[in-house]
Design a binder for this molecule. Structure first.
Ligand SMILES: *Cc1c(COP(=O)(O)O)cnc(C)c1O
Length: 510
């Protein structure tokens, strides 16, 4: 029987060219319609996990037999676009999540059609060369030395991990990869961040084995930037105590407010102290390409390593992060092994030697296509416009009597609902606690109601609403609408929630 089945072989997943073409055309037609309909629909729908499972028909057993591909694709596309949260919606301002550039979407189709394994040059000759060019162009765009090393990874966390591990191997004066993370002379490896550093630093310290207790939390200043004097004190004290400071993680655009650390001063301190200078530019790094960004951001050019995130401010479809390391040798020193089962030419780039992954997908292609589609000037315009829209949003916040403006940096605007009659008393402890609750409720409603999607931050100990624009589909009217929507939600919720002990809402307006 096996012979009959394999001559000729009929594989259940095989598809002839004519069918592929027909299904592909149908799918692209359907997607074009779905995508075009997004702006007129809700940003998200308030559906429970149970409702989603029911709508998508999930929960059944693994199908025993195959099904028709055309119907499967049509139904899946229709259902997904009917039951999703849309980061490509012009009124999506949550977290730091860009909508996908259409050419990136198509690029992913080419990448998976070709399916090169980007771990080795021999398995991805053209792909590897395109990735190398993509890394170089990203460096050029942000003003980092173009002869740096680097590679595409899944996102900002992984890009930061790459910098972290490169630093660890470069800074430890013993063979840390073989002998482990405990310095032979005693003490502990130390890494420095602040309250505003993204949680990647905890994961990296944890997973690398140095442990989260090895992280020194440097004070941040009232403007959310790292306190460089405190950083110096802590490095010096640790060294005096016999510890091994190895990495300073500065941030070029913090995740909560977009603050840019004093990168030139930190660079100088790191050079003096012989500590690796890493910049987490996952959010803000690409803003170094535009004149609107703080001048300090351009000093990421001085870093030993930089993490940037094409799936944020380059608008690439998920996933695409990028790690850059000033000296390419540091990546090989941190990651390469030479197992007997690989026959790879040492004269070419084998990305397996430069990072954590073994088999790797062609993430670089979409980014490479996007950089050409928009060009440097196109990217400058989109990033500048996002910043301009975030500033416009801040002006709209200032016009709302029941909102209080908090911060505006890069393309992040933070604000909170403070009902006008409570403004004078906002710092009284019971009023402050109530305002935190009220803003949490506004956030929750914004993330469910579908009108506009914001996220939150903690600024000076207060719970605030946060809108981040990394969205070339957002128009001025969308940026101006978000504060008005949040203010209206705030008034509605205030009426329902205000404890009588604070002040009756009925007495607040003439
Ligand atoms: C988003 C972000 C990260 C994490 O990036 P992912 O792509 O989500 O992994 C790290 N640091 C900063 C500053 C970020 O904004």
């Amino acid at each position: 029987m096996s012979e009959a089945r394999i001559t000729p072989r009929e594989a259940p997943l095989a598809m002839d060219a004519a069918t592929f073409r027909a299904l592909g055309h149908q799918l692209v037609d359907q997607l074009a319609e779905c995508i075009a309909a997004v702006p007129a629909g809700p940003v998200t729908r308030d559906e429970s996990p149970k409702a989603i499972r029911a709508a998508l028909g999930l929960g059944g057993p693994l199908p025993e037999h195959g099904t028709d591909a055309g119907a499967l694709l049509e139904r899946t596309t229709r259902l997904l676009f009917a039951h999703s949260a849309f980061n490509q919606h012009p009124r999506f301002f949550g977290y730091i999540t860009a909508g996908p550039a259409p050419i990136g979407v198509l690029g992913d189709l080419i990448a998976s059609a070709l399916n090169p394994n980007m771990g080795s040059w021999s398995l991805s000759p053209s792909g590897t060369e395109i990735e190398a060019e993509t890394v170089r162009w990203i460096a050029e765009l942000i003003g980092y030395p173009a002869d740096c090393g680097g590679l595409l990874v899944s996102g900002g966390n992984m890009a930061n991990f790459v910098g972290f591990f490169a630093a660890r191997a470069a800074q430890a004066e013993w063979d840390v990869r073989a002998d482990g993370v405990r310095p032979p002379a005693g003490g502990t490896l130390r890494v420095y961040g602040s309250d505003e550093t993204h949680t990647w630093i905890q994961k990296a310290a944890d997973l690398s084995g140095i442990g989260t207790a090895a992280i020194r939390k440097v004070k941040s200043l009232p403007d959310q930037r790292i306190d460089v004097a405190d950083l110096r004190r802590q490095i010096e004290a640790d060294r005096a105590a016999g510890d091994v400071p190895f990495l300073v993680a500065a941030t070029g655009g913090t995740v909560m407010t977009g603050a840019v650390d004093a990168l030139p001063e930190i660079a100088a301190l790191c050079r003096e102290q012989r500590v690796w200078f890493h910049v987490d530019g996952a959010y803000g790094g690409f803003a170094a390409a535009v004149p609107e960004a703080p001048a300090d951001l351009r000093a990421l050019a001085l870093a030993d390593s930089v993490a940037v995130d094409p799936h944020k401010w380059l608008y690439a479809p998920l996933e695409a992060g990028c790690a850059l390391v000033r000296d390419p040798a540091h990546l090989r020193d941190a990651f390469s092994y030479h197992p007997p089962y690989y026959h790879f030419d040492e004269q070419v780039t084998n990305y397996v030697d430069y990072g954590m992954q073994n088999s790797r997908g062609f993430r670089a292609l979409k980014v490479w296509l996007m950089l050409q589609h928009a060009g440097r000037s196109g990217y400058r315009r989109m990033i500048s416009d996002d910043i301009a829209l975030a500033r416009l949003m801040a002006e709209a916040v200032a016009r709302e009597p029941d909102l209080e403006m908090c911060t505006q940096e890069l393309s992040i605007t933070t604000f909170r609902v403070v009902p006008r009659d409570l403004r004078e008393r906002a710092d009284e402890p019971d009023v402050a606690a109530y305002l935190d609750t009220l803003n949490q409720q506004v956030l929750d409603r914004s993330q469910r109601a579908g009108e506009t999607f914001v996220s939150n931050a903690i600024v000076h100990g207060r719970y605030v609403l946060r809108a981040c624009i990394v969205n070339f589909r957002t128009q001025a009217a969308d940026a101006e609408a978000a504060p008005a929507i949040c203010a209206r939600m705030g008034r509605e919720l205030d009426t329902a929630l205000r404890p009588a002990a604070i002040a009756p809402t009925t007495s607040r307006r003439p």
